[in-house]
Design a protein around this ligand. Sequence first.
Ligand SMILES: C[S@@+](CC[C@H](N)C(=O)[O-])C[C@H]1O[C@@H](n2cnc3c(N)ncnc32)[C@H](O)[C@@H]1O
Length: 563
Amino acid sequence: MTMGTASPEVLRRSRHLSTFAHQGAVYLYHDLYGYLLQMSPDLLGLLDSFEEPQQAVQVCTRYAGSFEGQPPQQFVDIFYQHACLIEPEDDEVAGIWPMIAFKAKWNVWRRKGDRVILWTAWGERPVKTIELDAAETAMWDAFDGEIRLNELRAKHDAKKLAALVQRLAHSDVQAVKLSAFPASMYAKRPAMAPRYLGSTMPYRSWKPGEPLETPTKDVVTEDYYHNVADADAQFDHRETTLSHLFREPHPALANRTYGAALIDALAAQGRLPTRTVRVLEIGAGLGFVARAACEALIARGLEVTYTIQEIAPALAAAQRKRTAGLPVTVVEGDALTAELTADSFDLIIANEMVGDLPAEQHSRVDVGMEADGSGEVDEAKLATLGRAGELVKDLGIPLFDAPEPFYLLTGALELTIRIARWLAPDGTAVVTEFGDRAAWPKLSSHLDHPELSTHFGHLLTAARAKGLTGSIEFVIDLLDMDRTLQGLATTRSHFRALRALCADAGVELPKLGYTPDLLAARLAGKLELADIGELRWDKIEDRLMGLVPHEFKALIVRKPSGN
Ligand SMILES: C[S@@+](CC[C@H](N)C(=O)[O-])C[C@H]1O[C@@H](n2cnc3c(N)ncnc32)[C@H](O)[C@@H]1O
């Protein structure tokens, strides 16, 4: 990479570029180096003008004024620095020799004797295997983030080495990234390592001119849940919940399941009645929490009636199956319109579902404040937001610290109001989700449907406005989780590839919160942990599979007994 060098006069587009898109953003992937650039579609237009060699000045003149006042030359320089624009006579592949090969993050491979097989499963793309022969495996083993390809060329067949780097650096595989600087340079300064070295591209391939999704504004999810077709796939591949990872007894929960640990926590806080308990669970997924919680309550000698309010017919069917034989009734329908009796539940559980409820995006300016963070809400303008404005006013949701634009969790606030109505005097509700006490909702774009983090402070404010008392806790503290255990860290694509590798060895790998022991037990007799790459282990509280457990919070509220 020729950092900081002014670009030459005549340039052409590299022949090794792939383009991808997600949620309205466009990405350029350099298939020789692994560089990853996010950009607007019009910048790709600029790049594509160099399909044939062009005078950069002429192209820039044509594009003058196209990029909100930014000079096109500045982008030409960035493209040149990232070898996306090159000199017409350049031998592109020869450009790799001064570089250093890094094994990329989130690779999956298996070693068999002197050979390695790689598995890839990027995003929704089909699973693919790449078999290396013995000579290529020796090269793969030498990709240590330190040695330059120039030096490796002296020890290995140069043609074969160049072909291997091209094969493995390509966006189809993403097993290798090239860097001008060695890993040791970043060892003590990880923040200085360029982002592309640790990034992957799981999004769908996109060509300029094809339609782009529009970025999410308001979040509307009812249709998404109505249309869940395959209940198990929903949780195993698409969206994993923390409770799903702990649906089997787990060492971090003293060999209890999530549902059982939740009931123990509520009992320890003196929140369970003594003889009969009427439970409402809202949005129960595959029914694992329902089954475990119901069994734990029965084991405590309580007489249980357990109602599930569930919007997705396919999940309601899974819940009925999973809780067969237990005193569980599944009611189908939207919790935001359901007619349930007031004051009728001793315990309400809404586990990791409020993030799926509708939310609205608004501008500070719409409610009379300034975009820069100053100003005050103008009540008349707030009223123009309709129901969202009413919620803010009636519940006393403070907007002064809202970012620009901001998300209002209208669905979660409505649900909190309903929970306050449905709770029996002295009853408790637990609402868990990914989010924070005081952070405004942020949109996760990596799922196949938009999902927002939860502003728990707003939910507690709403609960208090409706007469409940309560607090916000870390879910891992509530469940008394052993934070120090090691857990497997994955991404969706990494886990899909790992699962394919295991299937090839005759092992079925369900999505669970694996510790090294749990994974070794699952693979026993078929695969050795040491033969699989790359397994990343992290402290369970920081990362488990694709989740960050310490980011999950619980709103725990109680309705006063009324006497
Ligand atoms: C992310 S899943 C969580 C499932 C389960 N509680 C768990 O811990 O794994 C969200 C659940 O809420 C349900 N859901 C989403 N919106 C709902 C609504 N408006 N009313 C009732 N259920 C809803 C979904 O169908 C799904 O069962």
